[in-house]
Design a protein around this ligand. Structure first.
Ligand code: UDX
Length: 451
């Protein structure tokens, strides 16, 4: 590497970027920044992951990203390494993109990866640099980490910490990175804001608005946004519970609500509820942090949001049991879907696999098929049975249950599916199938919150 002098001496030169953590968020960010024309170094402790990325393979399923990775590598602007010393020497702006999972045995966020990334990088920061947190963290974390960073970095207070929360959705990660709804810059100085504006110039130019805040507010924006989205989903699912006993149709109810522009139809789709690596753990960590701060009551409703969401899973199992004739013992169930949502191979806190597991615990023989998440599902739930296609999963099934709304499941012909099952009985856990078409083909169709 021939780094030192040049970029540090020329302030107008484009800042060089490092991305610490090359998981979902980090890999996408690193690739997109390189495609936008910056020189980028991705850093991770997982050598196998780095080898795959350097070889042009994205280690997870994300539409559009593999093509951009190849393009970025070919341009010579993107590389990956495990060497923090190299990262410290290379970068002017360092993005922190490591995971903050839920702690085992607690609702709190586990900050060990954030702390170890800062601790590994800081001793190599010998000149003025900006470290930018993107990971979702409890409010107050950035303020605390600033002290650690300044204490460990040879450049001391010349190294600044900013927070730039990330709102990308899996399945739309490229679009959300290049054309986000908004950019939030949590900063402590005009210099940090200027650096971020430079790094995000292409994104700002295409029209994304920028909101500049302090560090605490930036951290809170992320958990507040995810809490709102989770609440909206649980709200409509609570209405589904009422519809079920009142004999009303939550699908029509949601449709009618969606025309009110104050409410809007997005994140108002009833069904099996939310899962994934973000919403469930973020609302729990937020409630936990609020309790630590003495304002637990303000967000106590998030516990209810979580409870409503969990009830959707057990209620789906109840519906399958009803259709199976009152008992799951010996019933053959085709479970369509394993990923926590379509266009993803992510099974973290996936409602689909939770339901499959509960059905199996109830005595059913469960055969699972998912277009992309089979490998991950098999590793996490080896005791479930797996099929190579929808029809193979459905063969001789007593009940088919749709758990993830992949297009391929939505589009399947109910006649064709009906030809392979033992009984034409379907539970539509995602309100994704056409009830009229299924009933016309002789299926008994059931969905949460619909008569
Ligand atoms: C979410 C946030 O949307 C994103 O901004 C944040 O950065 C990370 O967390 P993601 O986890 O990729 O993104 O999934 P998202 O598309 O938000 O879906 C979350 C879950 O909610 C999925 O399980 C989905 O099936 C469910 N969902 C979504 C519903 O049940 N109903 C809806 O109306 C919308």
């Amino acid at each position: 590497m021939s780094e030192s002098g040049t970029s540090a001496a020329a302030p107008e030169a484009a800042p060089r970027i490092t991305v610490l953590g090359t998981g979902y968020l980090g890999a996408t960010h690193a690739i997109c920044m390189a495609v936008l024309g910056f020189e980028v170094l991705g850093v991770d402790v997982d050598q196998a992951k780095l080898d795959r990325l350097n070889a042009g393979q994205v280690p997870f399923f994300e539409p559009g990203l593999p093509e951009l990775l190849v393009k970025a590598l070919e341009s010579g602007k993107l590389r990956f390494t495990s060497d923090y010393a190299e990262a410290g020497a290379f970068g002017d702006v360092h993005f922190l993109c490591v995971g903050t999972p839920q702690q085992s045995g607690s609702n709190a966020a586990d900050l060990r990866y954030v702390e170890s990334a800062i601790t590994a990088l800081a001793p190599h920061l010998a000149r003025r640099a900006l470290v930018v947190g993107k990971s979702t963290v409890p409010v107050g974390t950035a303020a605390r980490l600033t002290g650690l960073l300044n204490a460990l970095a040879p450049a001391g207070e010349q190294v600044e910490l900013a927070w730039n929360p990330e709102f990308l959705r899996e399945g739309y990660a490229v679009e959300d990175t290049l054309r986000p709804d908004r950019l939030v810059f949590g900063v402590r100085s005009a210099w940090a804001e200027e650096r971020l504006r430079t790094v995000f110039e292409p994104v700002i130019e295409q029209g994304s608005p920028v909101v500049v805040t302090d560090l605490n507010t930036a951290e809170l924006v992320k958990v507040a946004a995810n809490s709102f989205l989770a609440t909206k989903i649980s709200y409509i699912n609570a209405m589904a519970e009422v519809c079920e006993v009142a004999g009303a149709d939550v699908h029509q109810l949601a449709d009618a609500l969606s025309y009110d522009t104050r409410i809007g139809g997005r994140f108002l789709r009833p069904g099996l509820g939310f899962g994934g690596g973000c919403l469930p753990k973020d609302i729990r960590a937020f409630a936990h942090r609020a309790e630590e701060l003495g304002v637990g009551q303000a967000v106590a409703f998030l516990h209810e949001v979580d409870a409503i969401n969990r009830r959707r899973r057990s209620r789906t199992v109840d519906l399958v049991r009803e259709l199976a004739g009152g008992s799951l013992e010996g019933a053959r169930i085709a479970a369509l879907g394993a990923a926590f949502k379509p266009n993803s191979d992510d099974i973290r806190d996936a409602p689909a696999l939770d339901v499959a597991r509960m059905l199996q615990e109830g005595g059913a023989a469960v055969r699972v098929y998912d277009p992309e998440a089979m490998g991950n599902a098999q590793r996490a739930y080896p005791s479930l049975e797996y099929a190579q296609s929808t029809l193979e999963a459905a063969r001789d099934a007593d009940v088919v249950v749709l758990l993830t709304e992949w297009t391929e499941f939505r589009e399947i012909d109910p006649e064709m599916l009906g030809a392979v099952v033992a009984q034409r009985k379907v539970v539509d856990g995602r309100h994704a199938l056409d009830p009229a078409a299924y009933r016309a083909a002789g299926w008994e169709y059931r969905a949460l919150g619909r008569p």
